[in-house]
Write a protein that binds this ligand. Structure first.
Ligand code: NAP
Length: 257
């Protein structure tokens, strides 16, 4: 019960890492706000939480839409009265060298991966400031720190999230609000399965190549990232401020080959 009594809003928690985190946070006693643009997936997450005795509500909202964000925050405050934890997890993938990437794909990636984090944080922070308490977790990526083939646009969005995290932390540290970032490596989720299918002729071969660059020869699981998020959400990480937390099978710190 590491999050007993806390209210956690997790964007994009109808699938993958967000979903695993929602389930784990609920097991640890949090009241979870499951947000997604897919109603069916979001409701499925809520149902799984409730069937194991946890507490959760679903809020349909696109993190790029200010009116939808404001409505979601109103609904959460009406239901639970506060937001202790904001996990800015929703994100989309982009694959391709910069010159091959369509303008609208670049725009959309910036909108969801960067502007979505700005807007969610901008409108949740005032409630945390009022209570002088909060933990914000921003989803970056190990690609914010290392270059990779055909990932320029995606990496730039995640670099922006990391930079945002550090400067937000400076502004809000005096108000007992912590802002940290998660930097996962390759985690096997629908997001990565789709990326493998659309980017490689032989996805199995691609998985093996990706595994080889991990120091432990394995891909991560959504639960691996959920446990890191749990630590950042809980008071156990109270001395972590503006930190990048790697969950990457060693990709950033060493070379397997
Ligand atoms: P995922 O399974 O695709 O989950 C992302 C969820 O976000 C989906 O349910 C998606 O809904 C939702 N979403 C997309 N756009 C949204 C929007 N505008 N508003 C609200 N929700 C939205 O992906 P994941 O692998 O768990 O990734 C979660 C986060 O981790 C992303 O930010 C990603 O960049 C980051 N990350 C992933 C990895 C990895 O290897 N998997 C590594 C590093 C970082 P739909 O499915 O309906 O689009």
């Amino acid at each position: 019960m590491r999050l007993k009594g806390k209210v956690a809003l997790i964007t994009g928690s109808g699938s993958g890492i967000g979903k695993s985190t929602a389930i784990l946070f609920a097991k640890e006693g949090a009241k979870v706000v499951v947000n997604d643009i897919s109603q069916a997936n979001g409701i499925q997450t809520v149902n799984e939480i409730k069937s194991s005795g946890g507490e959760a509500i679903f809020c349909l909202a696109d993190v790029t839409s200010k009116p939808q964000i404001l409505k979601m925050i109103d609904d959460v405050l009406e239901t639970y009265g506060k937001i202790d934890i904001l996990f800015n997890n929703a994100g989309i993938s982009v694959v391709g060298a910069l010159h091959e990437t369509e303008d609208d794909v670049i725009e959309n990636a910036l909108k969801v991966n960067v502007q979505g984090v700005f807007l969610m944080s901008k409108y949740v922070v005032p409630h945390m400031l009022e209570r002088q308490e909060g933990s914000i977790i921003n989803m970056s990526s190990c690609l914010a720190e290392i270059g990779f083939l055909k990932r320029a646009v995606y990496a730039a969005t995640k670099g922006a999230v990391l930079a945002l995290t550090k400067s937000m932390q400076v502004d809000y540290a005096p108000y007992n609000i912590r802002v940290n970032a998660l930097l996962p490596g390759t985690i096997l989720t629908p997001f990565v399965e789709n990326y493998l299918k659309t980017s490689y002729e032989n996805p199995e071969e691609a998985i093996n190549t990706i595994k080889q660059r991990q120091l432990n020869g394995k891909l991560g699981t959504p639960e691996d990232v959920a446990f890191a998020a749990l630590f950042l959400a809980s008071d156990e990480s109270k001395f972590m401020l503006g930190s990048p937390l790697y969950i990457d099978g060693g990709v950033v710190s060493g070379k397997a080959l």
